[in-house]
Design a protein around this ligand. Structure first.
Ligand code: SF4
Length: 401
């Protein structure tokens, strides 16, 4: 592609993304911007044995914001053609996609579209699938997930029959689930089922090196299941109050990456992962992530080691979602893993609305006793050493409305 033809000439790159507001990140990204001059669109990888190729960066987030119509167009032009939403996402996310397809009818066939159902029963799933199709103004969804599975028993022979029927009716092409809790077990069990096409799971530089996660990912790849990583930031921004944190940020800045870009690269360096789903609510984050996807520089062994050192030093600030361990130690219902995730939305992603909306969906009878339960045994067994009782109190105080 000639320099004239490419969308990624540096001038256009800066002009399109609004350089005036980007002073703070252009400098460390200069290397990536130069790479972008040569590249055209985000690369793709095969998605399991489905036969589909998906962009290695997937557009996640809330789409029903007026300015996001422009963002969706730009994402598509840059090759971010795998889009992720869910029936339950607030602010009418699916309606934003529907609006986009109404204005750009040719766009649908260029995209790999995911949506999700909170329901588990066949009737509920049918109702939600039809609502998603209606909201997004499309006849089909490429990959349909059961949302937030924490135990594979949530999927049974009725689920399998439902998926086959929806495929036969042309309403979905592929079927699977997303998981934020007990991911390793869910992946291993899914590989044994034989009818799961794709999974989106929490996966990042903190989790990807454990023996359990490696085994689970290997099993899925062997079974031909396409894998999408989410929550790849592993809890948010690097804070700068330890030697390793300072070293980490300084090291990547010298190489031309931000720490966030390095965390994406760490995941992409595993070819078993087809794509990373990233919430990209504005053009700055989209540009930064696209630049990282286009750049071919690999993280060195030293970079990965430092990331692991940082993960170890900050382990007590990150919940790994192993709720089988802690929730069974508490007498009474306690959605510890979910509450930890909502706190992360608030404290690390600065998305108070999402955090509060999610927290207040927990049934009131569970919320009422959340801070009265005895978490001492759960804290003793928590592999991350999290102060669970204190965090439950923090969540209730900050997020309950
Ligand atoms: S609180 Fe601890 S035991 Fe519970 S899910 Fe999080 S890391 Fe695992």
């Amino acid at each position: 592609m000639s320099k004239k033809e490419t969308r990624w000439s540096r001038r256009n790159f800066l002009k399109t993304t609004g350089v005036a507001s980007l002073g703070s990140i252009i400098s460390p990204m200069a290397g990536l911007a130069r790479t972008a001059e040569k590249a055209s669109v985000v690369p793709t990888r095969p998605f399991g044995k489905t036969g589909a190729n998906v962009s290695i960066l997937s557009l996640g987030g809330m789409f029903n914001i007026a300015s996001n119509q422009l963002l969706m167009k730009q994402a598509m032009d840059w090759g971010v053609t795998y889009w992720d939403t869910a029936d339950c996402y607030q602010r009418g996310s699916e309606k934003g996609i529907g609006k986009f397809f109404s204005r750009q009818p040719d766009a649908r066939e260029k995209l790999f579209l995911v949506s999700k159902s909170d329901a588990r029963d066949p009737d509920g799933m049918t109702q939600l699938l039809n609502r998603s199709l209606d909201r997004m103004k499309t006849d089909y969804i490429d990959l349909y997930f059961v949302h937030a599975v924490s135990n594979i028993d949530e999927l049974d022979s009725r689920t399998k029959a439902w998926a086959e029927e929806a495929k036969a009716a042309g309403k979905i092409r592929f079927f699977g689930f997303s998981t934020h809790r007990n991911m390793e077990e869910c992946l291993l069990e899914a590989a044994r089922l034989g009818w799961i096409d794709g999974i989106m799971m929490t996966y990042n530089y903190r989790l990807m090196h454990s023996a359990d996660m490696r085994r689970a990912v290997d099993a899925c790849v062997k079974a031909g299941i396409g894998l999408t990583a989410m929550k790849t930031m592993g809890g948010g921004q690097v804070r700068t109050h330890s030697e390793t944190e300072l070293k980490l940020a300084g090291r990547f800045l010298k190489k031309g990456f931000t720490d966030a870009q390095a965390k994406l690269k760490a995941v992409w360096q595993n070819p078993q992962i087809s794509s990373i789903c990233s919430q990209m609510p504005n053009m700055t984050i989209l540009m930064s992530n696209v630049a990282a996807a286009l750049d071919k520089t690999q993280l060195s062994a030293g970079d990965i080691e430092l990331l692991q050192q940082y993960a170890e030093e900050t382990r007590s600030a990150y919940c790994t979602g192993c709720t089988d361990i802690c929730e069974s130690c508490v007498e009474g219902e306690a959605s510890i893993g979910d509450v930890m995730r909502y706190l992360m939305y608030c404290n690390s992603y600065d998305d108070y609305k999402l955090a509060a909306d999610s927290f207040n969906k927990i049934p009131q009878k569970i919320r009422r006793y959340l801070t009265d339960l005895d978490y001492s045994e759960a804290e003793r067994k928590c592999p991350q050493g999290l102060p669970i009782a204190k965090l439950m109190q923090e969540a209730k105080k900050k997020l309950e409305t």
